[in-house]
Design a protein around this ligand. Structure first.
Ligand code: ATP
Length: 459
């Protein structure tokens, strides 16, 4: 039987990482002769919930166990102990673990997972789904701290069990313990070289516009680097291309929903935007863009909704905020009233000082409005006429021609914008942001016959 193990909320800003705990659990499983069925699934959930530590990640591991011989119980016991002793409980971590064995109907868990990608879910809601599944499945859960981790733990199982249209992979290399907290020693030139050699099958390795390495995190956690891409074999080729000036503990491949825009798949109800939800709206620009200090731009979008799918999707005006670090502000400033757009992003909670806004994660320009200016008419000599005062007509400074009853004429202003999709700069991408070139890429397949896991690397 395959036992699915969902884990979340084990780390805090002071250290540790749920993917590293998953790596340690897989190390235990493999070195004790268990068969891990697929690469662990790294689920990224709604990135706009405020209580996430970093990237709102949760992990699901699938392992084959023989229930007759109590292997399942043994694995569950060890996983519980490992989560307990490797979590930052008391420092902001609130772990949740879900074990799913025999299962007749995965649908309620998949539905919960799809909602957790873009809505705010409660711990109580997760437990309700688990309790209902108990009627026809073997499912157990454990929580520590305030137990909020149960949401991600259950959602990771749902996503790992879904037939996803799109997914990616990540090879994560882990540091030796003595290096935690120290600067990461990864040679920048080798990252650029690896990026060029593996394009387009890896992504977000390097931000060329800002000369910034993107594969390394910056906190005290055990992750040295992560290379993301569409083909597990190419990820394994990419790792040795990197010039590392520190030894690694090991690495593991994950399958993931990173880089797929999974959190933006739903149309938001513009008539009652809910704080912390993620999704998209469609409509026409209703106010000229306003640029404020710091390079941020705001504009209103009059949304027409799509008639309702159970979540409302009503009509309404949505204030869109485009922040400077996204690099999208210059595009937003060129928009004009009447432009037809689709805008994706996350809803920022309104306060007494600030209204509720949609923090923009992409802009798709569907149609550009005609923009006109009213100018003085042209003279018969080709120069533009000058007004001679209110009601006094126009005269030409060059040839002296005068006309009394002429009116201002409409002149079309050329639009320096193209239709299409505009994404933030690479450095501002979220884990779930789908890079432009991935729109034409099909994900590769999981290959268990390659070195997808390596631990205790000594050289
Ligand atoms: P890291 O990326 O380093 O793993 P993190 O950003 O994933 O850290 P967590 O420490 O896992 O942060 O905290 C996220 C918390 O939010 C978890 O408790 C998780 O169960 C919960 N959570 C995830 N998605 C949702 C959601 N849609 N609604 C409510 N809670 C959620």
């Amino acid at each position: 039987m395959v036992l699915l193990i969902g884990i979340d909320d084990t780390d805090s800003r002071q250290g540790r990482c749920t993917t590293h705990l998953a790596y340690r659990i897989v190390d235990f499983l493999l070195s004790n002769g268990y068969e891990v069925e697929e690469y662990p699934f790294l689920a990224r959930l709604n990135p706009n919930i405020p209580w996430k530590t970093r990237g709102n990640g949760a992990v699901c591991i699938k392992v084959k166990v023989d229930m007759e011989s109590r292997e399942g119980e043994h694995v569950m016991q060890v996983v519980k102990e490992m989560v307990e002793s490797n979590s930052m409980i008391g420092y902001g971590a609130n772990p949740g673990i879900v074990f799913l064995g025999r299962c007749k109907n995965i649908e309620p868990i998949v539905r919960f997972a799809n909602d957790a990608l873009w809505r705010v879910m409660s711990k109580r809601g997760a437990i309700k789904v688990i309790e209902e599944c108990k009627n026809d499945s073997s499912i157990e859960y454990y929580t520590m701290g305030n137990g909020q981790g149960i949401v991600g733990a259950l959602a990771s199982i749902g996503l790992a069990s879904s037939m996803l249209d799109d997914y990616t992979f990540e090879a994560i290399a882990y540091r030796r313990e003595e290096m935690y907290g120290l600067p990461r020693l990864v040679d920048e030139a080798s990252v650029i070289m690896m990026d060029k050699a593996t394009y387009p099958y890896t992504f977000n390795n390097y931000d060329y516009k800002h000369a910034r390495v993107l594969i390394i995190p910056h906190g005290p956690d055990p992750v040295l680097l992560g290379v993301r891409g569409d083909d597990p074999c190419i990820l394994l080729d990419a790792l040795p291309m990197l010039n590392l000036h520190e030894p690694i503990e090991g690495y593991m491949l994950f399958r993931s929903n990173q880089g797929t825009n999974a959190h933006l798949a739903n149309m938001l109800d513009a008539s009652s935007l809910k704080a912390y939800t993620s999704g998209y709206v469609q409509g026409r620009v209703a106010s000229e863009p306003l640029a404020i200090e710091g390079g941020h731009t705001f504009f209103a979008l009059e949304c027409y909704g799509n008639g309702g799918d159970g979540y409302g999707n009503g009509k309404g005006n949505v204030l869109c905020a485009v922040y400077e670090p996204t690099g999208l502000s210059p595009i937003a400033q060129m928009l004009s009233v009447g432009d037809l757009l689709e805008v994706g992003g996350g809803v920022r909670k309104g306060t007494s000082k600030h209204p509720k806004v949609l923090n923009v994660e992409y802009i798709k320009i569907v149609d550009l409005a005609r923009k006109v200016r009213y100018m003085n008419p042209l003279c018969i000599c080709g120069k533009r006429l000058k007004s001679e005062g209110k009601g006094k007509g126009y005269g030409c400074k060059k040839c002296g021609y005068r006309v009394r009853d002429a009116e201002k004429v409409e002149v079309e202003v050329p639009r320096d914008l193209r239709l299409g999709l505009y994404l933030p700069d690479a450095k501002a991408h979220r884990h779930l942001t789908k890079p432009l070139h991935r729109y034409s890429i099909k994900p590769g397949r999981v290959r268990m016959d390659i070195d997808w896991f390596k631990s205790k690397i000594t050289d």
